[in-house]
Write a protein of this length. Structure first.
Length: 462
């Protein structure tokens, strides 16, 4: 498939993080871009300002007429779109070229030296930090990110250094990452997730094994030491590990916290790089930084470039994202929507604020994920002092009988749990005595972040 043949690109689900990066890419390559999304957002507002035409009702009459020529328009859709979507079916029925987001990304990546970051969690911060390290070095790169980088204020990075290096977040959902054949791949984790797609943890692992087999023969796999899967590599593919212990090829030592930030020495197979400072807090972010640093060093950045890049990294929106701190109350927002991610977020907050009471607001994402991991969600949320559970965000799913946020609450040992609607949440915050507040979830809880900030700002100082 040659994108040069298409002057217009139409996106169904244009506001998604991966879809919007592709839309930006085509806008910057002088294509006309239009699309549908379910609801307006900051991302869609920015895309409109950048030249995209976007509407918010599934209605073929709202698609601009000049996008209805099948020889000139490529249609890209996200697998989160339901199969009965009328616009999607119009384009299929009328013989347009219709591809999934992953296929479109795979075509772009196929002519690049691709660095792919995969894993059931950790991949967005790792991808974004690796991009920051490379883009601000003599090496350079382009990148498609799975979050909004605070350094670039975007999920798309285009380098002016003229090389052929592309960093991409390799998403396991819907087996999307199997559209990639990277030169270097990172695998951060292979935990059970997306069981609505895979059916079992074993099938998740099989998909990561398949992904590892698609690394180019003389490429490199960088994998977290100790994760339970056996990669399938070509004979000349190099295997490198990273982790916390000296069993790994890359690991941190002499770790200390100064003003909430990590200072550490990175041990590599050939040297020690002392006194590195990571510009964002959170212990799991230090783990991500080891992976990104190892990859960046493999790709040719210098020790000085690494030192500067780590220190100047501002993080990713919605990844341990401290939004408010008046000295008495701290509010942070995180995308955590899997039990392991929730646990990592809470543990990092405990390490950073050891003497404070921590309240978590969690919006479960998907009925199927809530059903499949109810015990694990309960166990992770038990680590909080107080828990607010919002209603499940259904995304692409219909309700499952007997499954609700109460399913999690009923399994928790912590009795300090409150079930609230989104509408009632802000009123609750106005009267709550909060020391550390964390919002977590992958649904539309992010739409509440600015309102929570305003509510906290409006409260009188203690």
């Amino acid at each position: 498939m040659d994108f040069e043949n298409y002057n217009r690109i139409y996106f169904i689900g244009i506001g998604g993080i991966g879809m919007s990066a592709l839309a930006r890419y085509f806008l910057l390559h002088n294509r006309q871009v239009a699309g549908y999304d379910k609801t307006p957002s900051g991302i869609t507002a920015n895309l409109t300002n950048e030249g995209a035409e976007i509407h918010y009702s599934d209605d073929i009459t709202l698609v601009p007429d000049y996008f209805k020529n099948s020889s000139e328009t490529l249609v890209v859709y996200t697998p989160a779109i339901p199969s009965n979507h009328s616009e999607l079916n119009y384009f299929i029925t009328n013989n347009f070229r219709v591809v999934k987001r992953a296929q479109a990304l795979g075509v772009i990546a196929s002519v690049k030296q691709t660095i792919a970051v995969a894993g059931t969690h950790g991949k967005t911060t790792t991808t974004t930090l690796l991009t920051h390290l490379l883009a601000n070095s003599s090496v350079g790169c382009d990148a498609f990110l799975g979050g909004i980088s605070r350094n670039f204020n975007s999920n798309l990075v285009l380098s002016n250094k003229g090389n052929n290096l592309l960093v991409v977040e390799a998403d396991e959902y819907d087996r999307s990452f199997l559209s990639l054949n990277p030169t270097l791949a990172i695998i951060t984790s292979v935990d059970a997730d997306h069981l609505d797609i895979y059916g079992s943890h074993e099938h998740v692992i099989e998909s990561f094994v398949q992904f590892s087999s698609q690394i180019k023969p003389e490429g490199t796999l960088l994998v977290k030491e100790g994760i339970k899967f056996t990669p399938k590599l070509a004979n000349k593919t190099k295997l490198i590990t990273y982790g916390w212990s000296n069993k790994a090829n890359f690991y941190p030592t002499e770790i200390k916290i100064s003003n909430g930030y990590y200072i550490f020495t990175l041990v590599t197979p050939t040297s020690k790089i002392p006194n590195l400072r990571l510009g964002i807090p959170g212990r799991y972010n230090l783990e991500n930084a080891i992976a990104a640093s190892a990859a960046a060093l493999q790709l040719g950045i210098s020790e000085n470039e690494l030192r500067q890049g780590l220190a100047t990294f501002k993080g990713v929106a919605r990844r341990f994202d401290i939004r408010y701190n008046n000295g008495t109350t701290i509010y942070l927002d995180d995308y955590a929507h899997h039990p392991k991610e929730i646990e990592a977020t809470i543990n990092s907050a405990r390490e950073l604020f050891p003497d404070k009471n921590i309240t978590g607001i969690f919006q479960p994402h998907l009925y199927s994920r809530t059903r499949d991991f109810a015990d694990e969600f309960a166990s992770a949320l038990d680590k909080l002092d107080k828990v607010i559970l919002l209603d499940i965000y259904p995304a692409r799913e219909l309700p499952i009988e007997g499954i609700s946020s109460k399913t999690i609450a009923d399994k928790m040992k912590n009795t300090n749990v409150l079930l609230l609607s989104k509408e009632a949440l802000l009123d609750w915050i106005k009267t709550a005595k909060l020391e550390v507040l964390i919002t977590m979830g992958a649904g539309d809880i992010d739409r509440l972040v600015s309102s929570i900030e305003k509510t906290l700002n409006a409260q009188p100082s203690a």
